[in-house]
Design a protein around this ligand. Structure first.
Ligand code: PHE
Length: 346
């Protein structure tokens, strides 16, 4: 057995000289579970006790030697590959490394689609600030001071405006843009406003402290509740498929009267009942209603002459429904494995 051990040492050393094996092949041959060293340790168990001492010493010597050689091969392997890459002529027959094409974020894809559908109905896109005063986010929208509805939207407050002393906050919804629009434009107004909003919510799969909404506003003479229903039905068909139905449920918002939540028929199970619609056949997508006359008056629009409707929906929610995404946090983590799945969708 000692002879065999010596033979293995010689053989292993020869690899170091003529670099025949790379370090990984060497490890597999000698040091792995099924390698030569383990085989020898198995034989060692079978020999008699007198021989054990001397053979054991030799085996340990072999083990150390093999580990040294392995380490040396790993180091020299690295240097040779660096030498190769710096000195050698590149192989021109290799296929080129393809350019990595970026894609649109799923929220951008859905936002654009929503804006596009409303653009075809004559809604123009508008924008507004994310840091907002209490007036635009709440008071002008008919939220009385101390009204419990303010509590529904856990607000992040920022420092007061140093000049106007207004309370400043991160807008909790896109409805602030309604007010800004009505202040500087006279009806007819037919606009759609998309943007980021913030609420002080614990982050989980179903809630986040930041998300996106799209707000719609139509103010003109004789705008009726039927116009609201027809507009949202058309949107639902365009967005989720032509067989989609909508359902309006009475609701409450301080800035609309009457108010309604809009549900769409589940486009996954077509009303039969599934996990997405929690077996009800319907999924909620928006809040809506007729603009409260107080809100029109707050913006100096004569509420005897003009009426309007407004609606607001969460872009994350629609994106999750459309693409079967079950965790809100994915939208903000920028994990490329998630984002790449939307490459090529516009
Ligand atoms: N701003 C409301 C919300 O964030 C949604 C809404 C917009 C409701 C417009 C009615 C009209 O919940």
């Amino acid at each position: 057995m000692i002879e065999k051990i010596e033979r293995v040492i010689k053989e292993a050393e020869s690899f170091l000289q003529d670099n025949k094996l790379n370090s990984e092949d060497f490890r597999l041959k000698y040091l792995s579970r099924k390698g030569i060293l383990n085989e020898l340790f198995d034989d060692f168990k079978k020999i008699n006790n007198e021989q054990k001492k001397i053979v054991g010493q030799n085996l340990n010597k072999l083990k150390n030697k093999l580990e040294d050689i392995h380490q040396e091969l790993s180091i020299s392997g690295k240097t040779t590959s660096i030498e190769k890459s710096s000195g050698a002529i590149p192989d021109l027959t290799l296929p080129e490394i393809p350019n990595q094409l970026g894609g649109l974020h799923p929220l951008t894809i859905v936002k654009r689609k929503i804006l596009e559908i409303f653009a075809r109905m004559g809604f123009n896109a508008e924008d507004g600030p994310e840091i907002e005063s209490d007036w635009y986010n709440f008071s002008a929208l008919n939220f009385a001071e101390n009204h419990p509805a303010r509590e529904m939207q856990d607000t992040f407050f920022v420092e007061k405006n140093a000049i106007t002393k207004d309370d400043l906050l991160l807008r909790t919804h896109t409805s602030n843009v309604q007010i800004r629009l009505m202040e500087y434009k006279k009806p007819p107004i037919r606009s759609i406003m998309a943007g980021r909003v913030y609420r002080n919510e614990a982050i989980s799969a179903r809630a986040h402290c930041q998300f996106h909404q799209v707000e719609g506003l139509y103010v003109d003479k004789n705008v009726s509740f039927k116009d609201l229903k027809d507009t949202l039905l058309h949107f639902a068909k365009e967005m989720f498929g032509k067989d989609t139905k909508i359902r309006l449920r009475p609701s409450y918002f301080p800035f609309t009267e009457p108010s309604a939540e809009i549900d769409v028929s589940c486009f996954i199970c077509h009303g039969k009942g599934c996990n997405i619609c929690k077996h009800s056949g319907w999924v909620e997508i928006a809040g809506s209603g007729m603009v409260d006359p107080n809100v029109l008056e707050n913006c100096n629009i004569n509420s005897e002459e003009y009426t309007g409707f407004a609606f607001g929906m969460g872009i994350e929610r629609i994106t999750m429904l459309k693409y079967g995404i079950n965790d809100l946090r994915l939208f903000f983590e920028n994990d490329v494995r998630f984002l790449k799945q939307f490459n090529g969708i516009h």
